[in-house]
Design a protein around this ligand. Structure first.
Ligand code: ATP
Ligand code: MG
Length: 420
């Protein structure tokens, strides 16, 4: 047996891990600036949680969930799964903490891996990372618009271009009529639709509009906005007004229904033109019935989740991925100099510089080669002579020039080069 990673799973080494962290940090900053608090939820939940929220008829629940077995001696019953998405777990935690009754208005963000058994391809993996937010007890359209504003701030912070698509899919009052219309449409085109859609038709006809295969057919399908009741229509109008007033650019996509069962009213997807076929980098919407469905009070909710893999790809394509920059490599020649070098390195790090101490057991030439290889901006060299004179040698590895400095000047000089 070869010890390789499983298909659909990725190792992230150095630059790719750093790009992920960079995106997650920017997302966290944005969320915190909007008053979101962090929530950490388990990786494993009961299968029923997703049955009841994500929906028994969705692809996720039907064919994408990893089931887990307990140790045989546990004796416990009930199926468990690895989380395929964050929202159901967050809602469960919210209800379990009693917040739906004691203090319903809450806003949370989460970050971490999700697992789905899907066919791996570019931008689609079996383990992928999501950063998501959920807002509870804010049914007003200003809340929806603020989420779009936040996404726009996030996009700017990353320095990439994204397209915002929005739609409203109505509520329990008006959606049944729309659902019937899509069902009729599907039945009328029964011969043309794909095999998956034939199944969807029986179980959840709205999913037809999510079909990636029959895009052309979907174009001629009924539009949800034509079926909205007065309240849903007014709500959607306010979301659009407020978003536009806040400078958010968006387009309406009347076929945007989202693959999950729990959405109501506003739905949105954020698309990147630079990442290939899997182009939706952020997806979300309103889920006014979900808290109640999971046994809580009738509290409305709205949220979104972003896929870090696809955003990382967008960043790379735009040349915006962060570059790790090591400020200095410290090179010591001889034992007394090594002692000195360690305190010099420490002082530099205390000023926030990135400093790697190289092995004192190799020759200067080899160490200078090593310093260049790891991308250090400077080499700081300390030998017997420097020790006696009370100085260090600062070698600029780009200009291949060097100067003698006092220890006191060192950090300042290296810091100044950062802004050059
Ligand atoms: P898709 O239509 O691409 O399968 P989805 O509707 O299943 O997406 P959501 O469950 O809404 O996606 O998840 C939100 C975001 O998470 C997606 O827009 C995408 O960026 C990311 N995502 C979802 N599934 C994967 C995956 N298997 N690999 C990588 N990213 C994913
Ligand atoms: Mg999917």
């Amino acid at each position: 047996m070869e010890l390789t990673r499983l298909r659909g799973f990725q190792d992230l080494l150095g630059p790719s891990a750093e790009t992920f962290t960079f995106i997650e940090e920017r997302a966290r900053q944005c969320a915190e600036r909007h008053g979101f608090r962090e929530i950490r939820i388990p990786l494993i939940e009961r299968l029923e949680l997703y049955d009841r929220s994500t929906g028994e008829t969705t692809d996720i629940v039907q064919k994408q969930m990893y089931k887990i077995e307990r140790p045989p001696e546990s004796g416990a019953t009930g199926e468990m799964v690895l989380r395929p998405e964050g929202t159901p777990g967050v809602v469960r935690a919210y209800i379990e903490a009693g917040l739906d009754r004691s203090d319903p208005e809450q806003r949370f963000f989460y970050s971490g891996p999700m697992l789905r058994y899907e066919r791996p391809q570019k931008g689609r993996y079996r383990q992928f990372y999501q950063f998501g937010v959920e807002v509870f007890a804010r049914p007003d359209p200003a809340c929806d618009a603020e989420l779009l504003v936040m996404i726009d701030e996030f996009r700017r912070a990353l320095g990439i271009r994204l397209t915002v698509q929005i739609n409203s899919i109505g509520d329990p009052v008006c959606r049944p009529a729309f659902r019937d219309a899509v069902l009729k449409f599907g039945l009328a085109h029964r011969e043309e639709i794909c095999a998956d859609c034939k199944q969807r038709l029986e179980r959840n006809p709205l999913r037809l509009l999510d079909c990636k295969i029959d895009a052309a057919l979907v174009e001629s399908a009924p539009k949800s906005v034509d079926y909205l009741c007065a309240e849903c229509s007014a709500h959607f109008g306010r979301v659009k007004d407020l978003s536009a007033a806040a400078g958010v650019e968006f387009v309406e996509n009347p076929r945007l229904v989202r693959g999950l069962d729990y959405y109501t009213r506003t739905t949105f997807e954020i698309i990147s033109a630079d990442v290939g076929a899997q182009s939706t980098v952020i997806a979300g919407g309103r889920y006014d019935g979900l808290v109640e469905t999971l046994g809580g009070a009738a509290v409305p909710g709205i949220g979104f989740a972003m896929g870090i893999e696809r955003l990382a790809l967008a960043l790379e394509m735009a040349g915006r991925a962060p570059k790790f920059a090591l400020d200095a490599a410290v090179i010591a020649m001889g034992e007394p100099a090594t002692r000195k070098a360690m305190t010099v390195a420490l002082a530099m790090r205390q000023r926030g510089l990135r400093v790697e101490m190289l092995s004192p057991e190799r020759k200067l030439k080899a160490l200078l080669g090593r310093a260049a290889k790891i991308g250090a901006r400077f080499a700081v060299i300390i030998g017997e002579t420097e020790l006696q004179k009370g100085v260090v040698v600062l070698r600029d590895l780009r200009a291949s020039s060097q100067t003698e400095l006092s220890e006191a000047q060192l950090a300042e000089t290296v810091l100044a080069a950062r802004t050059e």
